[in-house]
Design a binder for this molecule. Structure first.
Ligand code: ADP
Length: 492
């Protein structure tokens, strides 16, 4: 750390100390002015004739024009996927399919740096996150599922599982490349073909993945990547040629999809919103817990459905935890996503920033006490300082509703029973965290929390072998691991 050297606005702490800028180079990035749809192994202009802009949320500058797929384009993509399913991909021996999936994984690794930089430019997340988490985990998912391709009979012993057909996959903007890997890798390993749509604000890495799939020489039509907004997604969901839908996104859209699919016989998995409880007991290693809380809600701009957005602290350590948390928040750097020192990048879109701001107002109007770190933020772009609310209650909207921003609420508790009751009193049940020195307490709490994933003395740890998914309004089905393979297989 160097003193008195104010290099950039965003990297200056409020006490006058700053880091020198450490920007990741983007000289090697070649973006096209216009991106087309990836259908039947080729990049094609959309029949709709329409394009939309994708913008860097840290600068508000346009990065590229992206094709907007209309119904005709969706139809072409689904037909291409069907042709490969009944043809080249469907007839290919499983061990050959596995080789193609391995090949995708290896190319992802080779192009890791380029992908990480584009992810940060298009989505606003810090390069540390895209470089160390998104891209390596995306490759790891392809490696993991490639291994399953020729071992499916062992996945469901004694039942000779078969593939399902054409999978329609719709993903959000918080982990663009990683979500694409979560969806495509198990679908291919199980022998299905795919039509995938990325979120409209983060299409670029999915389109880069399309280039990689082309380079890996998959039979045309095996993976089709089409871009567009909600209407394109709805077009995929409604298309009669789709056998299975896999959706990750908001609970609101998830419910619409579920209604739309009722009675169609199409299978579906939905990974929806969350409002995770992160629980600190008085016997926890407090400094470690505070770091885990910061990692769980701030490091990723709160843009994670499993973000630990509700903090519960045992009363006796409440003051200490709040003080340490505020001290730590003051050291967090908000700013240029491409700078390796940045902890909190840009909010993905103006729309999302407005939604967060609206919740901050609601929190204050409901009587919550808001604390935001004092760090400077750049003038252009979409930014939100790390924020915490005390003096909130179970019924506060900011405690009950998913904000999807770096906003943490803190409540105290006295007993295990009380905190379990409070943690479960929510429409969601995706994830949670427990911080304690006592193994028995971990087992007691995790057994009673109604959430799909619970971390103990850590947070936001992911691995391709481990299933992920929620209870209640957080969704249906699991992704990752053997569980994530099942929705793509037919078996008795
Ligand atoms: P978020 O709040 O994370 O942006 P959304 O649920 O709005 O989540 O979006 C997630 C994905 O679902 C995006 O790819 C988006 O384009 C798509 N989408 C939005 N509306 C619909 C819809 N009605 N049917 C299918 N997909 C949709």
């Amino acid at each position: 750390m160097k003193s008195k050297k104010k290099s950039t606005v965003q990297l200056t702490f409020n006490d006058g100390w700053s880091y020198d800028p450490a920007p990741e180079s983007k000289d090697h990035i070649r973006l096209k002015e216009q991106y087309e749809l990836f259908i039947d192994g080729k990049f094609v202009r959309p029949e709709s004739g329409k394009y939309f802009d994708t913008v860097n949320p840290a600068t508000e500058k346009k990065l590229a024009s992206i094709a907007e797929a209309g119904d005709k384009d969706v139809d072409l993509a689904v037909r291409a996927a069907r042709k490969s399913y009944t043809g080249a991909w469907g007839k290919m021996p499983a061990k050959e399919r596995g080789k193609y999936i391995y090949r995708i994984a290896r190319i992802l690794q080779e192009r890791a740096r380029e992908l990480a930089v584009i992810e940060s430019m298009d989505g606003g997340k810090p390069i540390r996150e895209s470089r160390d988490i998104d891209v390596p985990l995306a490759a790891a998912h392809f490696f993991y599922y490639a291994g399953w391709a020729d071992k499916l009979p062992y996945a469901v012993p004694g039942q000779l599982p078969t593939s399902i057909g054409v999978a329609g996959q719709i993903i959000p903007w918080n982990f663009p490349l990683l979500m694409a890997a979560w969806k495509i890798a198990p679908a291919l390993a199980a022998g299905n073909t795919v039509v995938l749509k990325p979120a409209e604000t983060t299409s670029l890495t999915a389109l880069k993945l399309a280039e990689i799939i082309q380079e890996a020489d998959l039979p045309p039509g095996t993976v089709n990547i089409i871009t567009g907004a909600g209407a394109t997604g709805a077009g995929i969901v409604q298309h009669a040629g789709i056998d299975k839908i896999a959706f990750t996104g908001s609970t609101e859209v998830g419910k619409l999809i579920q209604k739309g699919l009722a009675g169609t016989g199409k299978r579906y998995t939905l990974e929806l919103g969350g409002k995770a409880a992160n629980i600190i007991f008085e016997d926890a290693a407090i400094d470690q817990a505070v770091e885990g809380i910061v990692n769980g809600i701030f490091f990723n701009q709160g843009h994670v459905c499993c973000a630990g957005s509700r903090l519960f602290v045992q009363e006796s350590v409440m003051k200490t935890v709040v003080r340490k948390l505020k001290d730590r928040m003051e050291t967090l750097i908000v700013g240029d996503p491409l700078d390796k020192n940045t902890d909190i990048g840009a909010i993905n879109s103006r729309m999302q920033l407005n939604k967060i701001k609206q919740y901050l107002k609601i929190g204050v109007n409901e009587g919550g006490t808001m604390y935001q770190s004092a760090c400077a933020v750049p003038t252009k772009g979409f930014w939100c300082r790390p924020t915490l609310f005390t003096d909130v209650s179970q019924s506060s909207r900011i405690v009950q509703e998913e904000i999807f921003g770096p906003v943490l609420t803190i409540q105290s508790f006295r007993t295990i029973e009380e905190v379990i009751e409070k943690a479960n009193n929510i429409p969601y049940g995706l994830s949670g965290g427990v911080w304690t020195d006592k193994g028995s307490k971990i087992f007691k709490v995790t057994n009673q929390l109604r959430a799909g994933v619970i971390w103990a003395n850590t947070y936001n740890k992911f691995d391709p072998t481990s299933p992920f998914g929620g209870y209640k309004e957080s969704g249906v089905g699991r992704e990752g691991g053997l569980h994530g393979l099942m929705p793509y297989l037919q078996h008795a």
